[in-house]
Design a binder for this molecule. Structure first.
Ligand SMILES: C[S@@+](CC[C@H](N)C(=O)[O-])C[C@H]1O[C@@H](n2cnc3c(N)ncnc32)[C@H](O)[C@@H]1O
Length: 266
């Protein structure tokens, strides 16, 4: 436990601001939204807080099956993609047309759906929890046309060990509410797995969340944009874009706690 607490203290000391974030107005907006989130419990999970890395993975299936099964809109499930992703896919900020896309920790698959609708060639969701895989398949069957479903896959597997059955690397990765879900001790392996699964020249889009320095527990573990850079740059990525997300482009309760980051795999 002391190791875990020590990890957290290190995280909490790190800078929590996007580099381009204006200081005062954004900070007070973020603090207001943190208060809202704390009041609503929207960024909390029902996992035991401050858990250690041992048996960490088995907790996810437990969460997906608890109390009759996780329903849309419960806990981390926001019932749709984050608005900033929809904006970036529609305005060309994130070019997905024809791309082979990987989304680890895809949950019920809302982001899988968004990339398919944006014209991606193939979208692969990956889930550790078998119940989440089944929930994603069920959701996507209902949401997508048969033609779109033909470009959609939901795999069961552990991001740290998984290899795509096709053997082909991906052109584009999307990481939201995934890095923050992992125990901080797993983060170096997270960056190495992204480097392994993406082809040279591929884009990795990270929506950093929750940038919440006052938070003392996890999951979701607090993150900073600097941590993404510290992990990904030594793993062979370069930073292409880093922008704080305007509160109106975040899910309710998450405003002021997100940063849009694009990395390129060298
Ligand atoms: C916080 S949830 C977010 C789910 C989804 N992205 C969303 O926003 O609704 C994290 C998800 O990652 C999955 N997960 C955790 N560790 C994983 C791993 N090592 N490989 C693949 N999926 C994992 C969990 O089962 C869980 O569904």
């Amino acid at each position: 436990m002391s190791l875990v607490c020590g990890c957290y203290r290190l995280l909490a000391r790190s800078s929590a601001q996007c580099s381009s974030r204006p200081a005062t107005g954004a900070r007070s907006a973020r603090l207001r939204s943190i208060a809202r989130a704390q009041a609503s419990g929207s960024s909390r999970s029902t996992m035991p807080q401050q858990v250690g890395p041992e048996n960490y993975n088995s907790r996810w299936e437990d969460m997906w099956t608890a109390e009759g099964g996780l329903k849309p809109g419960q806990r981390f499930d926001a019932a749709k993609s984050p608005p900033v992703l929809s904006r970036e896919l529609s305005n060309g900020g994130l070019a997905a047309a024809g791309a082979r896309v990987l989304i680890p920790g895809c949950g019920r698959g809302y982001d899988v759906e968004s990339f398919v609708r944006a014209g991606a060639g193939t979208v692969a969701g990956l889930e550790l929890a078998p119940t989440a895989q089944a929930a994603a398949r069920e959701y996507l069957e209902g949401a997508l046309s048969p033609e779109d479903q033909a470009r959609t896959q939901v795999h069961a597997g552990d991001f740290f060990e998984w290899t795509c059955p096709s053997g082909q690397p991906f052109d584009l990765g999307f990481d939201y509410t995934f890095m923050c879900a992992l125990h901080p001790d797993m983060r170096a392996g997270w960056a190495a797995s992204w480097a392994r699964l993406l082809r040279p020249g591929a884009t990795l889009a990270c929506l950093a969340f929750p940038i919440e320095p006052e938070r003392t527990t996890g999951p979701p573990w607090p993150v900073t944009p600097q941590q993404y850079k510290d992990l990904l740059l030594p793993a062979g990525f370069t930073l292409e874009r880093e922008e704080p997300v305007p509160p109106e482009l975040s899910h309710p309760g998450r405003g002021g706690m997100e940063c849009w980051m694009l990395f390129k795999r060298q």
